[in-house]
Design a protein around this ligand. Structure first.
Ligand SMILES: Cc1cc2nc3c(=O)[nH]c(=O)nc-3n(C[C@H](O)[C@H](O)[C@H](O)COP(=O)(O)OP(=O)(O)OC[C@H]3O[C@@H](n4cnc5c(N)ncnc54)[C@H](O)[C@@H]3O)c2cc1C
Length: 488
């Protein structure tokens, strides 16, 4: 549907102001294109998951090893060789690109290796970086954002892309119908559109349809990523890939007052929080090693890696010692939307959250079971079994090694846990030129993408690979978009 008038015109229209959007917009601008960057969030909440990420990005040390490692990460979920080659070559250039723009790539010191799957071939290619002397706290994002601000890139906040405008005869993408305050805003792309609007972390219908094992799931990242890029791409004939892959699940608190999750200190593998603590499913039984360091939600299973089981509703059940040990939530604003943007001030003694009924309590385990609608006998049995195994120093059920502490004499507490994730990986399929593909493998003219919206990761995920890929494919998308001849 061609509009009578265009409200905004640019050579390249980038949809989504996160890491991939920055790499695409800045690269296109450096190559002389006029760039418009559309962002759904209001100013101050742009940046998507990139802004609240741990801030690491992958810069691989050798293209050959990187290709070997990526193929091993994909396992049986293979991706085309040409994509593997392009990813591997471009991922070695992230530091060079950032430094060429005045950035300050620094290798992570506190995590010198950070190799998620050291047993896989090629894993020695992994090198994790961030911008500037400090890690976390949005530092890499701040650099990315300044790269946009220093350039004549037109940034439009609160202007979500809703629909791609496609030439009915040629299939070419001519622009975007965006929306402001319920009214359409037509944005013309003389050369091309680049979709960089993130995943479907906040779209429960897509989660139910595409992610297996989770009836619902919430994110610790941006609440603005609602799968819009997937809907827009589907409507112009794109194919989807990697839809069932996501960086999760973990277990976290989700309350109605906030759209993103709260991570619980006691469940973190690296935190030694005192007191008895287990997690049970709706049957009142444990189902996992609660302190296991998953590989972004994957756990070993019969020689394969599978998503952590999350039988919902799940409850973290714990004792008075843990309750009295300090805030259950780590509010340090180093990463996570709740910590960095919401800044909810969790009480030091957890009393405010008890009053809000986020935390339930009872004097006895059976009473607690009643309060959370679990079978009292079963929960009592589960706690007794845990206590006996903890006292003996061996979790015979799930092999937990950390914090084998029996419960004290009460009172007892419970928090409902939800499946949580960092981000989804699936979306429209792209090729080595970052063009979006139809199911028959042909490219949709003048349409590109980058970032977690249809990322290359099909099975296992190496931490920092997402932002690294945003940088790599953002550049590739922009280089090819700029080469397009403007449509008449
Ligand atoms: C807590 C946390 C920690 C993480 N740590 C790391 C890490 O250290 N390293 C790493 O590599 N990965 C990490 N990840 C994953 C990584 O942050 C993301 O996969 C990556 O940043 C995605 O970048 P993106 O540009 O594709 O999307 P985002 O950064 O999510 O940006 C998408 C943007 O599009 C906007 N948008 C959405 N819909 C529309 C629309 N219709 N129109 C216009 N704009 C729209 C959003 O508001 C957002 O600003 C982490 C994720 C989380 C949540």
């Amino acid at each position: 549907m061609m509009p009578d008038n265009w409200d905004i015109t640019a050579d390249v229209v980038v949809v989504g102001f996160g890491g991939a959007g920055v790499a695409a917009a800045v690269t296109a601008c450096e190559l002389g294109a006029e760039v418009a960057l559309l962002e759904k969030a209001p100013e101050g909440q742009e940046g998507g998951n990139t802004r609240v990420a741990a801030q690491g990005y992958l810069n691989t040390s050798s293209a050959e090893s990187a290709a070997t490692y990526l193929k091993a990460l994909c396992g049986p979920y293979t991706v085309p060789d040409e994509m593997v080659r392009t990813w591997s070559e471009e991922m070695c250039l992230n530091n060079e690109w950032l430094a060429s723009l005045g950035g300050d790539p620094q290798e992570h010191q506190h995590q010198p290796a950070g190799i998620e799957f050291p047993d896989l071939p090629g894993s020695d290619c992994v090198h994790k970086f961030h911008d500037g002397p400090n890690y976390g706290y949005s530092h890499t994002w701040n650099r990315f954002e300044s790269l946009v601000r220093e350039r004549p890139i037109k940034v439009c906040y609160e202007l979500p892309g809703r629909e791609l405008i496609q030439d009915g005869a040629t299939g070419e993408i001519l622009g975007v119908r965006a929306e402001q305050s319920g009214k359409p805003v037509f944005v013309k792309a003389r050369k091309a559109v680049v979709l960089t609007c993130g995943g479907f972390e906040n779209n429960q219908e897509m989660i139910r349809n595409y992610l297996s094992g989770v009836p619902y799931c919430y994110t610790s990242g941006s609440p603005y990523n609602e799968g819009d890029g997937i809907s827009m791409a589907l409507a112009v004939g794109a194919n989807l890939w990697h839809m069932n892959n996501f960086a999760g699940p973990s277990m976290a608190l989700k309350v109605p007052e906030f759209s993103t999750t709260f991570s619980m200190q006691a469940l973190h593998f690296s935190k030694s929080v005192p007191g008895g603590m287990i997690v049970v499913g709706p049957d009142g039984r444990r189902f996992t090693d609660e302190k296991f360091k998953t590989r972004h939600g994957k756990v070993p299973s019969n020689g394969t890696w599978q998503a952590l089981s999350t039988p919902c509703p799940m409850y973290m059940v714990f004792d008075q010692t843990l309750m009295a040990s300090g805030p259950l939530y780590d509010k340090t604003p180093s990463h996570g939307w709740t910590q960095i943007i919401e800044r909810y001030d969790w009480s030091e003694d957890n009393s405010a959250e008890l009053r809000k009924d986020w935390i339930r309590t009872a004097d006895t385990v059976a009473g607690l079971a009643d309060a959370i609608s679990l079978d009292p006998d079963r929960l009592r049995e589960t706690v007794d079994r845990w206590n006996a195994q903890a006292e003996a120093g061996a979790d015979e059920d799930f092999g937990r090694e950390l914090m084998l502490t029996p419960f004290d004499g009460g009172p007892y507490y419970a928090l409902e846990m939800s499946p949580s994730m960092l981000n989804t990986q699936g979306g429209p399929q792209r090729n080595e030129k970052a063009q979006l593909l139809r199911p028959n493998g042909t490219a949709i003219p003048r349409l590109y993408s980058a970032g977690e919206l249809g990322s290359i990761y099909s099975y296992l995920y190496q931490g920092t690979g997402n932002i690294g890929e945003c940088m790599a494919f953002g550049r590739i998308a922009a280089r090819n978009a700029v080469k397009e001849t403007p449509w008449p």
